[in-house]
Design a protein around this ligand. Structure first.
Ligand code: AMP
Length: 111
């Protein structure tokens, strides 16, 4: 069971900002910006690489809820949605998650 499954199951605490039957969004424990939320599917897809056609509605739902969370947090100046896939990208938790990051000006390209 990944740490995010434990958060979904309320086995470990998290600051949950949104939840429905398919997804949960909670504050990152090590925020990289004033606003840093993770939104995850309740279905434990390890990473975007292994998502399938079967997941397409769920993936669309995640993105639409990500922008709703950004709106709810008042990120009117903009925000970034990031997926880290695999070791080169810095993936640390093998449960698909979108980072929603905002509240400060960001650089490009990312590090
Ligand atoms: P990634 O490197 O894309 O796999 O991101 C994993 C993210 O999960 C990191 O930003 C961590 O700070 C975050 N994280 C790890 N454990 C927790 C936790 N218990 N609650 C909230 N965020 C966490």
């Amino acid at each position: 069971m990944t740490i995010f499954e434990k958060i979904i199951a309320r086995q470990i605490p998290a600051d949950i900002v949104y939840e429905d039957d398919l997804v949960a969004a909670f504050r990152d424990i090590n925020p990289q910006a004033p606003a840093h939320i993770l939104i995850v599917p309740k279905k434990p897809i390890p990473r975007i690489d292994v998502a399938t056609e079967e997941d397409k509605l769920l993936l669309g739902h995640l993105l639409l809820k990500a922008k709703e969370v950004a709106k709810k947090l008042g990120l009117t100046g903009g925000y970034r949605i990031v997926i880290n896939n695999g070791p080169d990208a810095g993936e640390a938790v093998p449960h698909l998650h979108f980072h929603i990051i905002g509240g400060r000006k960001m650089g490009w390209p990312p590090g």
